[in-house]
Design a protein around this ligand. Structure first.
Ligand code: NAI
Length: 318
């Protein structure tokens, strides 16, 4: 029931909560009983300027319907100050939604160091700093929920977004490691790749699509991940217009070459079709599962044959 998925007594930090998707998250958590830290630096889409208005407006909205909220105007690069606001105002931190973001789209040819660095700083370093400051509290209370924000652009790449896609996929890596480090402490860390009509996408998408891709159709899923009842950790999800899907790595069975005497580029070429054949696959979820095929390939070293050893592969295929 609805009642079961509330956030009473929970303290939720939402970064970049003054606009777009983050604003929608903050309002949702406020309605569901959480004490919300509404963080926003109040910058433009490209990260320029700063203003307290964005965060203030959302805090007023939450208080308007009887919710609990406090504003914070620091950049996510100063994550410790944001967490400090949570501790000083509400005494704890249970949930971190790393959502703040900017764009500096340029073709790679024209991308400057600044375009690159600024995007890494806000998305990667910012998400790191907020999570890092909240982490000791989560470890101590043996409870935490962190949702990091990637993008389909990070998962698949996109013209003109080398900086942004690198930053977004970096967050998947960070999330998956934190999911493992947090598992003993009931800290669940997940990544969402949202799609929503906001000022960020208004220049790219046609108006009717922007209208259909309401942030409201992303928020319930992030609410689910942030809830006490959520058991999932280390997941990557694509979410938009009410459609929700999980993404995972798929790996082809691959080819194990005999490594006793080395092998040639020509041998690689001759097996190309098999290397990229996804007829038989597995879905590694950790480095041990990733390594298993290579370990079996190492066993090949003692075999005299210069032909590919299919038996060694069969042994470990899941
Ligand atoms: P938005 O531009 O509407 O809102 C982003 C908010 O973050 C703004 O209020 C801005 O002031 C704030 N912000 C920017 N830099 C900050 C900093 N250093 N410290 C604190 N606050 C800062 O963007 P939107 O569309 O709501 O995006 C939210 C997140 O979702 C971003 O991480 C974005 O990259 C990601 N995303 C959005 C997609 C979309 O379709 N809108 C697609 C894929 C990812």
């Amino acid at each position: 029931s609805r009642e079961d998925m509330r956030f009473d007594g929970r303290v939720v930090i939402v970064t970049g909560a003054g606009a777009g998707i983050g604003r929608c998250y903050a309002l949702m958590f406020g309605r569901l009983g959480a004490s919300v830290v509404v963080n926003d630096l109040g910058v433009s889409t490209t990260g320029q300027g700063s203003s307290s208005r964005a965060a203030d407006k959302v805090v007023e909205e939450i208080k308007g319907f009887g919710g609990k909220a406090v504003a914070n105007y620091d950049s996510v690069e100063e994550g410790e100050k944001i967490v400090d606001t949570a501790i000083k105002s509400f005494g704890r931190v249970d949930v971190v939604i790393n959502n703040a973001g900017i764009l500096r789209d340029k073709s790679f040819m024209r991308m400057s160091d600044e375009d690159w660095d600024l995007v890494q700083r806000v998305h990667v370093r910012g998400s790191f700093k907020v999570a890092k400051a909240a982490w000791p509290f989560m470890i101590k209370q043996k409870y935490g929920r962190i949702v990091n924000t990637a993008s389909a652009v990070g998962l698949y790449g996109n013209f003109g977004q080398a900086n942004y896609s690198a930053a977004k996929l970096a967050l998947v890596g960070m999330s998956n490691t934190l999911a493992q480090e947090g598992s003993r402490f009931n800290i669940k860390v997940n990544t969402v790749a949202p799609n929503a009509g906001t000022r960020m996408t208004a220049t790219i998408l046609p108006p009717e699509i922007v209208e259909a891709l309401k942030p409201d159709f992303v928020a319930p899923f992030v609410g689910y991940l942030a809830n006490e009842k959520n058991e999932v950790s280390g997941g990557v999800f694509e979410v938009g217009s009410g459609w929700i899907s999980r993404v995972r790595w798929q790996r082809s069975r691959g080819v194990a070459f005999p490594i006793r005497n080395g092998f040639s580029i020509e041998q690689v070429a001759s097996k190309w079709k098999e290397i990229v054949d996804f007829k038989s696959v597995d879905y590694p979820t950790n480095p041990t599962e990733s390594l298993s095929m290579m370990i079996s390939s190492v066993e090949n070293v003692n075999k005299p044959s210069d032909k590919t050893d299919d038996k060694a592969i069969d042994k470990t295929t899941v």
